[in-house]
Design a protein around this ligand. Structure first.
Ligand code: NAD
Length: 482
């Protein structure tokens, strides 16, 4: 087990380490309050140096053979495999998820590196017949240029990974701005990058929203790949100049529908997992569950029991705990507010309901289920981002699909039914970028993943996650051959 050391972070660009000019950010362990990491707060000048590094490296990286890019990505995966425990311990100390879960996150990140290493070699253009003899049109795909990758704290390594791997596989270079709340694990990752990649291909610049803003506005950035809140996403949308490429992976309020034809035990297991894993701090966490009348009581009793059975503990001390500390005081408070709001609107708390007293002042909340939550309750339409789920009844399938679609975001939706007609109706009518039926793992590495409506646009994962870093070029050749 790695020692409980404070990680000192530095910016990484032009192949070397740099201090920043605007002071330091301290990050404390949310479970214990102890200092976990210190990171630079980067100024626009620091950002400019990192982007210049990426722009310089792009001139040669864009010409590397796909097979060579694949080799670098596989090598980075191997380097990271040696540092799984270091990265996972840093995640747990900064972000709060239990150590085994953090190790799982790092392993999934490594899988993404291998996946995009292979996908790098599957970028094809096409030839198009012309309407005049002696001409051929070729369509080629070129990398966009230097990319800005800006990420949140809830999956601090995996979310960097999708951008780093997709962009570099496509022939782009990248400047990554980790979250100011999880800089230490990004530092470990940047050390792996430093050991493998040529100078300037992958750069790290630490800082808060001001640093992110300077990165977004830098004129040499050709695409911003952003994951984070709706509020910041909307601000970035207004800041980019309209020509810079943009993908926005934002939050949402994800529904689950359980019909009377579902396997209720499977639905309960799925609901407990996707509502409370990572203390509910998942963009695709289930926020609200609609259950058909006839099976409502059975489902509710089972879900309350499953929530109460979850082990909430400090994830360093108990690596296999089910739920660790929440990451941020702000989301901890919001979760308590959403519980209170639901109560005031007539819902009843059937599991959890508040802090784990013996783990205070750590940010530990008991997994909470509120029953009979009205649609107006905040938990039923706003993203809580905590270990809270609201449950409500329905009788008619068309009505409940309308209620599920009513929230502004459209990231992921879940449904449980064993009826074929219901399966297709739900899969087709739920207006979300990802719909999972009879399972709760809405995102897999080789299928496109993205949101609709206020949850953003663009795709990560899958071949689409690589194509999003490419642009088309039409080359019309007059060769004279008939
Ligand atoms: P956030 O928007 O506060 O911060 C995300 C990142 O943006 C951080 O690195 C932050 O420093 C940076 N930032 C802040 N202001 C900026 C600005 N003006 N310009 C550029 N960068 C700026 O989000 P958060 O609280 O860190 O993350 C939680 C949110 O992320 C939730 O809403 C969650 O749903 C969402 N999320 C979405 C997905 C997805 O795939 N759709 C995945 C994970 C998290």
């Amino acid at each position: 087990m790695p020692e409980n050391q404070v990680i000192t972070c530095r910016n990484f660009h032009t192949g070397t380490w740099h201090d920043a000019s605007e002071g330091l950010i301290e990050r404390n362990n949310p479970a214990t309050g102890e200092l976990a990491a210190i990171a630079p707060r980067s100024s626009p000048a620091d950002v400019d140096a990192a982007v210049t590094s990426a722009a310089t490296a792009f001139r040669t990286w864009r010409r590397t053979l796909p097979a060579d890019r694949a080799r670098y990505l596989h090598e980075l995966a191997a380097e990271c495999a040696h540092r799984v425990d270091d990265m996972a311990a840093a995640i747990t100390r900064e972000q709060g998820k239990p150590l085994d879960e953090a190790r799982g996150e790092v392993r999934k990140f490594i899988t993404a590196l291998h996946y995009y290493a292979e996908e790098a070699q599957r970028v094809f253009g096409r030839t198009i017949p012309n309407d005049a003899a002696g001409f051929t049109s070729i369509v080629e795909k070129d990398p966009l240029g230097p990319v800005a990758g800006i990420v949140p704290w809830n999956y601090p390594i995996e979310l960097i990974g999708w951008k780093l791997a997709g962009a570099t596989a496509a022939g782009c270079t990248i400047v990554i701005k980790p979250s100011e709340h999880t800089p230490g694990c990004a530092q470990v990752l940047s050390e792996c990058v430093a050991a493998v990649f040529p100078s300037g291909v992958v750069n790290f610049v630490h800082g808060d929203g001001g640093t992110g803003q300077a990165l977004v506005e830098h004129p040499a950035i050709r695409k911003v790949a952003f994951t984070g809140s709706m509020r910041t996403g909307q601000s970035i949308f207004r800041s980019v100049n309209g020509i810079t490429g943009l993908s926005l992976e934002l939050g949402g309020s994800c529904p689950m529908i359980v019909t009377e034809r579902a396997d209720i035990d499977a639905a309960i297991t799925g609901a407990a997992r996707r509502s409370f894993r990572n203390a509910g701090q998942i963009c695709i966490a289930i926020n609200r569950i609609y259950v058909q009348d006839r099976v409502y009581d059975e489902f509710l009793t089972g879900l309350a029991a499953a929530a109460d059975a979850l082990h909430v503990a400090d994830g360093m001390e108990f690596p296999s705990a089910d739920v660790g500390s929440m990451t941020m005081e702000e989301t901890y408070r919001r979760t308590l507010d959403h519980i209170e709001d639901a109560r005031e609107r007539g819902a009843s708390v059937v599991a959890g309901g508040g802090p784990v007293a013996e783990l205070k002042p750590g940010l530990f909340l008991r997994p909470t289920v509120v029953a009979d939550a009205p649609d107006e309750a905040l938990v039923m339409h706003e993203e809580t981002f905590g270990p809270l789920v609201g449950v409500s009844r329905f009788s008619d399938l068309d009505d409940v699909i309308e209620r599920a679609n009513a929230a502004p975001g459209g990231l992921a939706a879940y449904a449980y039914t064993d009826d074929t007609r219901e399966t297709f109706a739900l899969a087709r009518e739920l207006d979300f970028g990802n719909v999972a039926v009879n399972n709760v793992d809405a995102g897999i590495m080789n299928a496109p993943y993205g949101g609709r409506r206020e949850s953003g646009f663009g795709s990560e994962h899958g071949h689409e996650g690589l194509e999003s870093y490419l642009q088309l070029k039409h080359i019309r050749l007059r060769h004279g051959a008939q």
